[in-house]
Design a protein around this ligand. Sequence first.
Ligand code: COA
Length: 316
Amino acid sequence: MIYSKITSVGGYLPSNILTNKDLERSLDTSDEWIVTMTGIKERHIIDPNETSSDMAYKATLDAIKTSKKDLKEIDLIIVATTTPDKIFPSTACALQNKLGIGECPAFDIQAVCSGFIYALSIADKFINTGSKKNVLVVGVDAMSKITDYSDRSNAILWGDGAGAVIVSASDKPGIISTHIHSDGKYESLLHVPRTKNLSGKDTIEMQGNQVFKIAVNTLDRIVDETLKANNLKKSDIDWLVPHQANIRILEATAKKLDMSMDRVIVTIDKHGNTSAASIPLALNDGIKSGKIKPGETILMEAFGGGFTWGSALIKY
Ligand code: COA
């Protein structure tokens, strides 16, 4: 059996920070409301002339810095994104060009906030079958480019950033299991319809209350599914590295796992919801801060538009 393992992580956040106080100036909202309802204090916002592939490039260089692998050893690039640079070609191809590592295959995955879990799952399968040895998996989103900043019901949530991991073939398990699902019947609860609004861009529409309830229930089920598939007890999980959508959703999943919040990697206060980037950025934070140690068992889970959802159980 060829296993796959995350051997290196990296992240990138744009330097421009948008605080709740900044939002108070243009929206009928308050720092207190946003913090209480979401846990978010600030988020990073991309420059107008910066693109998702620019952020992906910087996150990849950060991952390579601490990797034993050379860029030339990458034999597959998968980018999870909802905010591609262009309709085509893929952001993965744009990233490949910036990295100067043709001619390995490169493609994008669109599963919104679950995109990183989907991409990791695909990377795992390519390695398990012996077809690839070193896969670059990037989760990147420039959510500010599809946010309507006059809509207080969701403008307060989103942030921009990129997280990258290198997944390599290993003789010991790293990625233990991945689980992915979708149900397209919920499409209209969280989506970006193609109807250009006054600001000239297609923007996010969300029925937040309904999304919240379905997210909590669905994440509950994915936790059960992952533990059952691996014959594990809740106490076998050392760390929860969740998609950062809302602190109250994170707390509900931690409660489901009988886990205290100090075993949960939380970045939502500083990053907001960065969609496909949120899990790799949180993983990067957990590892680089020294909280997550080699050999520990980590549960990653995500929920997003589609609806899509999924989990990955890994040993770091
Ligand atoms: N500031 C102040 N008040 C706001 C507000 C804001 N930014 N946004 C909404 N409100 C108001 C509403 O107008 C409403 O007022 P009313 O009671 O006078 O009618 C009240 O707050 C409650 O609104 P509601 O939309 O029911 O709030 P909520 O409890 O559902 O919280 C979210 C809103 C967005 C924080 C919450 O729904 C959420 O996080 N949902 C999940 C979103 C998510 O995770 N999406 C991504 C999935 S990947």
